[in-house]
Write a protein that binds this ligand. Structure first.
Ligand code: FAD
Ligand code: FES
Length: 390
């Protein structure tokens, strides 16, 4: 996979709702657009006061689209005097048709499992629909039954409604749930149900069974959907989900408190979040079901990581690498440490720390490789004994 940045020109800018806008991005180098798996995201270089920062946006169009990629971005307005979101307001307010943007190749493991023939449940809240719309397009030729359930506030903020509806057919059923519809929404019949997606709604509209489910949206929405699906008998290994915010790792405290509590001792998540009955390994399939191998598990198996001791020099802690932690970051957290992190995907460099001794290998290539003597611990594993400056 190409890791570097390429320059893309904004070929079109389309307002999708009061707060959401799409950007159609065409490469300027004459080479084809990237190969994208439906659900993956692009990384954009965004100018800020210090230089540039990186922001990630899911590809929202048909991943097979040959001429452009499309991202669909919600404007994050600052509330109570806080500044507007840097990346989203730059795109909305400053970027126009013809402007050029540096973009890195598609990444992420939250993508459609095209080897499966099971029916598909796509569950989104707010702007979280973007990767699922891309999946929806790819599924059109699959012959699989598809339920596209989308929850949002009302018709004013509902993006890509017509595009999703255009995919409706005998096998594809879109359903929209508005929490607070306006009179105009009612008059126009823009939604199928009012309130929240709950168990009764799912039982009424979706013949829940042996599904592949994909969830994306605000954290409370994803938690609620995950729990509902489990209650309705969907296997964890068949539920994939992605966070648009900080890629915090959470565990299923309610379901298996004894089993998961020790490894979550170092979680940075708020206690209320930690108490949720769902797993949140970002970009990954929920991995607590031995019946099926997950995407993340497969990736782990394909890399060799010999046992070795990992020493955390600053804190004086150490831990044995036995392969049960996915990364050096996870190993450190399991050992009770709190290293900085953000994306957990090799993009932001927040987890960068000194590699005092030993060697590591990356199971996800860093977007910007660290200098010699440094390591991104969120996407690295030790090759034998290592000493980290943590
Ligand atoms: C894998 C992935 C895919 C994604 N896909 C999409 C997508 O398809 N579409 C999409 O819209 N987003 C997507 N996101 C989210 C996106 O990457 C950004 O996080 C989002 O646009 C917000 O970034 P920003 O720079 O605009 O806001 P930031 O500058 O990061 O600010 C975030 C929020 O904090 C507030 N804030 C800023 N400073 C302060 C302060 N001092 N005090 C209090 N509040 C403050 C801002 O007002 C804003 O609401 C995705 C994220 C991930 C991880
Ligand atoms: S947490 Fe972002 S690169 Fe490691």
């Amino acid at each position: 996979m190409t890791q570097g940045f390429r320059v893309f020109r904004v070929a079109d800018k389309v307002r999708e709702s009061e707060i959401i806008t799409s950007f159609y991005l065409e490469p300027t180098d004459g080479a084809p657009v990237w190969t994208v798996k439906p659900g993956q995201y692009l990384t954009l270089r965004v100018p800020n006061a210090e230089g540039t920062i990186l922001k990630t946006y899911s590809v929202s169009c048909d991943a097979s689209e040959a001429r452009h990629h499309r991202i669909t971005v919600k404007r994050e307005a600052g509330t109570n005097g806080a500044p507007d979101g840097i990346g989203s307001s730059w795109l909305h307010d400053r970027i126009e048709i013809g402007d050029e943007i540096d973009i890195a190749a598609p990444r992420g493991t939250f993508y459609l499992n095209e080897d499966s023939s099971r029916p598909v449940l796509l569950l989104s809240g707010g702007v979280g629909l973007t990767p699922l719309v891309s999946m929806l397009h790819r599924l059109q030729a699959s012959g699989r039954d598809v339920y596209f359930l989308h929850a949002c506030e009302n018709g004013q903020v509902h993006a890509l409604r017509d595009e999703v509806l255009s995919c409706e057919n005998d096998r594809t059923r879109p359903l929209f749930v508005y929490r607070a519809p306006s009179g105009a929404d009612r008059d126009a019949g823009l939604f199928h149900a009012e309130g929240m997606i709950d168990k009764a709604f799912l039982q009424t509209h979706v013949p829940i069974g042996d599904y592949d489910a994909y969830i994306c949206g605000p954290t409370p929405f994803m938690a609620a959907m995950y729990q509902l699906l489990l209650e309705l008998g969907v296997r964890k290994s068949q539920i994939a989900y992605e966070f648009f915010g900080k890629a915090t790792t959470l565990e299923a405290l309610v379901e298996k408190p004894a089993a998961v509590a020790p490894s979550k001792a170092a979680s940075r998540a708020a206690p209320t979040i930690q108490a949720l009955t769902f797993l949140t390994d970002p970009d990954a399939w929920a991995a607590d079901d031995s019946a099926a191998e997950t995407v993340a598990e497969t990736a782990l198996k394909n890399t060799t990581a010999p046992n070795g001791d990992v020493t955390f020099r600053k804190s004086g802690a150490s831990a044995e690498w036995d392969g049960s932690a996915g990364s050096l970051l996870e190993l450190a957290e399991n050992a009770g440490l709190n290293p900085d992190f953000s994306c957990r995907a090799g993009i932001c460099n927040t987890c960068k720390c000194g590699l005092i001794a030993g060697e590591v290998e990356y199971f996800e290539d860093p977007l910007i490789p660290p200098e010699a003597g440094q390591v991104l611990i969120c996407c690295a594993r030790p090759k034998g004994a290592v000493v980290l400056d943590i």
